[in-house]
Design a protein around this ligand. Structure first.
Ligand code: ZN
Length: 353
């Protein structure tokens, strides 16, 4: 079967690999539809292996070369003898985190912090950018009729964004700043708006500004031409917004987030920084601020996100900026997304074409 396989930095190949030969009792064979390219995939391509295992993974022994793809929807082709909840023909979204269910965190329900965590499409035998994949039935959420296969491929990043916004304790009527309008920032804006918040998005890339305007749920602020914190204070009685969700992984954006929230406000670090950032620790104390980080999402959150999409309140498909064929994944996917002048936000790969 055809699959997009990570071999090394700048070496991702669409090639023939052996197809799965069967499923275990609690496993399901699926045929992926659409799969998103994630920032983690980009980091692997640019400077990996980082999270793809160069030596056997402690949870499952997987090792590179690795079939990529962890944000995907699929059709069920075959189910193991012990699977009763899922049927052949079901359309599903895969929650890709694989955990040991034994460690300190798993035993406390914090499975997304598992000390041995692996991930479908990064550290597992199979991935979503392939013609077939074998998955544990337990990680699959069946998509209802009203949720498309493309929406199903966006549940994973939407879960990341939702967990970040939820950590900001955002309530209806709150004011929220989202810094950075990549896929997670755009989804955080959509999710915060779905909760009834008034949303501002700070973003300097014109293409990404245009995408946010097109969503129709947030006001766009350009940090090059606008003092974002001063502007948000002007708009809100001189005090600022209730919460800020930092989705860019940029030091100045984090500083802006901290400067933009009112006293007793919350700042959530969702974006991944590649170097240490300095913050105004005095301001943190003086203004009674809460600064929290979030990692992935609770492993149980996919059914809720799918339900929110089904309700029509979370139109995740609106963040898709391109749909490409698997054969074009390097040129039109990775290279385009890494280009400094790039105009892409979320690229979906057709695993069937
Ligand atoms: Zn664990």
């Amino acid at each position: 079967m055809k699959a997009a396989v990570f071999h090394a930095a700048h070496d991702i190949r669409v090639e023939d690999v052996p197809a799965p030969t069967g499923v275990g009792s609690r496993e399901v064979l699926v045929r992926p539809y659409w799969c998103g390219i994630c920032g983690t995939d980009l980091h692997e391509y640019a400077m990996g292996p980082i999270v793809t295992p160069a030596k056997p993974h402690p949870l499952n022994g997987s090792v590179i070369p690795q079939i990529l793809g962890h944000e995907f929807s699929a059709e069920v082709i075959e189910v193991g003898a012990g699977v009763t909840r899922i049927e052949v023909g079901d359309r599903v979204s895969a929650m890709p985190l694989l955990v040991d269910n034994e460690c300190y965190y798993c035993r406390r329900g914090l499975n997304h912090l598992c000390v041995k965590m692996a991930c479908v499409g990064l550290s597992y035998a199979w991935g979503g950018i392939a013609e077939l994949a074998v998955l544990p039935a337990s990680i699959l959420t069946v998509l209802p009729e009203g949720v498309s296969a493309q929406q199903g491929a966006l549940v994973e990043p939407a879960a990341v964004a939702a967990y970040g916004v939820d950590a900001g304790l955002v309530k209806p009527g709150d004011t929220v700043l989202v810094t950075g309008a990549g896929p997670i920032g755009a989804l955080a804006a959509l999710y915060a708006a779905s909760l009834g918040a008034h949303v501002f998005v700070s973003e300097l890339n014109p293409s990404r500004q245009a995408l946010i305007r097109g969503l129709g749920v947030a006001e766009v602020l350009d940090p090059i031409t606008t003092d974002v914190a001063a502007h948000l204070k002007d708009l809100h009685e001189g005090v600022g917004v209730d919460a800020a969700i930092e989705c860019s992984g940029n030091e100045r954006a984090l500083q802006t987030a901290l400067a933009s929230v009112r006293s007793a406000g919350r700042v959530v670090q969702v974006g991944l920084h590649t170097r240490p950032a300095s913050i105004d620790a005095m301001g943190l104390a003086q203004h009674d601020l809460t600064l929290v980080g979030t990692w992935c999402y609770p492993v149980t959150d996919f059914p809720r996100i799918v339900g929110l999409i089904a309700s029509g309140r979370l139109p995740v498909e609106n963040i898709v900026s391109a749909k490409i064929a698997m054969a074009d994944i390097v040129e039109k996917g990775f290279e385009t997304l890494l280009s400094p002048t790039g105009d892409q936000v979320k690229v979906l790969v057709n695993a069937r074409g």
